[in-house]
Design a binder for this molecule. Structure first.
Ligand SMILES: Nc1ncnc2c1ncn2[C@@H]1O[C@H](COP(=O)(O)OP(=O)(O)OP(=O)(O)O)[C@@H](O)[C@H]1O
Ligand SMILES: [Mg+2]
Length: 459
């Protein structure tokens, strides 16, 4: 895969996992935790045994399950180890047929995995390694009951691994319940977030946000950006507002059909869209190369969410930029984030209309020179010659430049206002009402169930 050296979490976890220990692994975002558990698990697997899966990775979102399966397939290729992703929203019949190919490793979201266990289309009696990726998020999302049920089907003499960039204290309970004398690997760093991510905040009013955001986009012209909104409605409105103004943006959240979610992810990965607008469904684990900017259009629900959201940039040694919009009444939350991540987030001035206009003009100039350099403008030469006879060339060119530039007059987008975060309860633990973390209920799926811990967020 072109890796030349193990990352610190890999160097420390791989031997421990190989020795058979249970491991709790914590290291910053984008530092290779997937391979830290993936490599030793693949090493331990017996490729010739594939009647039933031998290893299980549980992830909080469908996109993450898909990504983990893909990475394990790459890592296991030479050993002929196969991994398969199993997740809600996809046709279960199709999954059952694919399972007949007998993958060695299953990477799954909890709900759909339970469906398969109940239907006996996945049997866990051969599983000797189980990983909870983003373990703390699975607690947040109220998956604990599902996890307990899944673990009760896995043989006792298993190895259990928990990985995440954040390990809030509640994770201890999970470890006490499900792990045997776990070794803790914590990669020490000055801050919880990666140094290579430049972090800023902008104090704005709720109704200013969209306008300020557009100015930022014009000035920073990010190659690839993820913008986080608090609710599905916000994500929808923001994505369609951006599209209306000509930006290549699409929204991602849990109310979209799985086909649509797959399509959006695919378009983002293949550069058909430049801006992914998402709820926290995209905050954890996703590894999309070349994300240069993360914008928190709305403040994240808790400090952990901040860490993971901004961690979608600055991965595998690359640089990144993270900008967070803060409403005055949310200042307290910002301090909590700084305290949690052990780093000061510098403030940034709201860019002026004029700065943005200047940036747009420069962009137009670059576009024009680009067209000039490509030299395929013969269709326009005759018209140009005619125009230049009738008009002053400078005035003429200025008019053409104006036409090429996306002018602010044309920009009227109104978003429904979101309530600012409440300061009560912003202590790093989440209190959430009932939701169905697996997205819309599919035909033939199980009815939504109650969860002990519940989530406020509307992913
Ligand atoms: N040893 C290595 N050398 C170079 N690149 C690596 C190495 N190990 C992993 N990577 C790459 O680094 C990127 C980030 O890895 P990964 O997604 O596992 O990070 P993570 O620690 O799980 O992050 P997160 O906390 O966001 O889930 C991936 O593209 C992966 O292929
Ligand atoms: Mg990860």
């Amino acid at each position: 895969m072109g890796f030349t050296a193990a990352t610190p979490i890999q160097a420390q976890s791989i031997p421990l996992v190989q020795s058979g220990r249970d491991v709790i692994g914590q290291a910053q975002t984008g530092t290779g935790k997937t391979a830290a558990f993936g490599i030793p698990i693949i090493e331990k697997l017996d490729a010739s045994q594939h009647k039933d899966p031998q290893a299980l990775i549980i992830a909080p979102t469908r996109e993450l399950a898909v990504q983990v399966a893909r990475e394990l397939n790459q890592l296991g290729k030479n050993k002929k180890i196969r991994a398969m992703a199993v997740y809600g929203g996809e046709d279960i019949g199709k999954q059952i047929r694919a399972l007949k190919k007998q993958p060695h490793i299953i990477a799954a979201t909890p709900g759909r995995l339970l469906d398969h266990i109940n239907r006996k289309t996945i049997k866990l009696n051969q599983v000797h390694s189980i990983v909870l990726d983003e373990a703390d998020e699975m607690l947040n999302m109220g998956f604990i009951d599902d996890i307990k049920k899944i673990l009760s089907k896995v043989p006792e003499e298993r190895q259990t691994l928990l990985f995440s960039a954040t390990m809030p204290p509640a994770i201890r309970n999970l470890a006490d319940q499900f792990m045997k004398n776990p070794a803790e690997v914590k990669i020490k760093a000055k801050a919880l977030t990666v140094d290579r991510i430049d972090q800023h905040f902008l104090e704005v009013k709720e109704r200013q946000k969209f306008d300020v955001f557009i100015r930022l986009l014009d000035i920073q012209s990010p190659e690839r950006a993820i913008v986080f909104g608090r609710t599905k409605r916000r994500v929808d409105e923001l994505a369609s507002g951006l599209r209306k103004l000509g930006y290549k943006a699409r929204g991602l959240h849990g109310d979209l059909t799985q086909a649509k979610r797959d399509q959006v992810m695919d378009d983002f990965k293949n550069h058909r869209i430049a801006i992914l607008v998402a709820t926290d469904v995209a905050a954890r684990g996703l590894d999309i190369s070349g994300v240069t900017h993360v914008y928190n259009f709305d403040m994240p629900q808790d400090p952990e969410s901040y860490v993971h959201r901004i961690g979608r940039t600055g991965r595998a040694g690359k640089k990144g930029e993270a900008i967070t919009f803060v409403i005055h009444s949310e200042k307290q939350h910002l301090f909590m984030i700084e305290k949690t991540i052990k780093k000061k987030i510098e403030s940034m001035a709201i860019p002026s209309q004029e700065d943005a206009a200047e940036a747009r003009r420069l962009e137009t100039k670059d576009e024009l020179l680009d067209i000039l350099n490509k030299g395929t403008n013969s269709n326009y030469i005759e018209l140009a010659e005619q125009l230049i006879k009738e008009h002053d060339p400078v005035t003429l060119l200025a008019a053409a430049l104006k036409q090429m530039t996306n002018e602010p007059e044309a920009r009227t987008v109104r978003l429904t206002e979101e309530k600012p975060l409440q300061s009560k309860g912003y202590n790093g633990r989440r209190r959430r009402p009932q939701r169905n973390p697996r997205g819309p209920q599919q035909k033939g799926g199980r009815p939504p169930r109650r969860h002990h811990q519940q989530r406020v967020k509307n992913k």
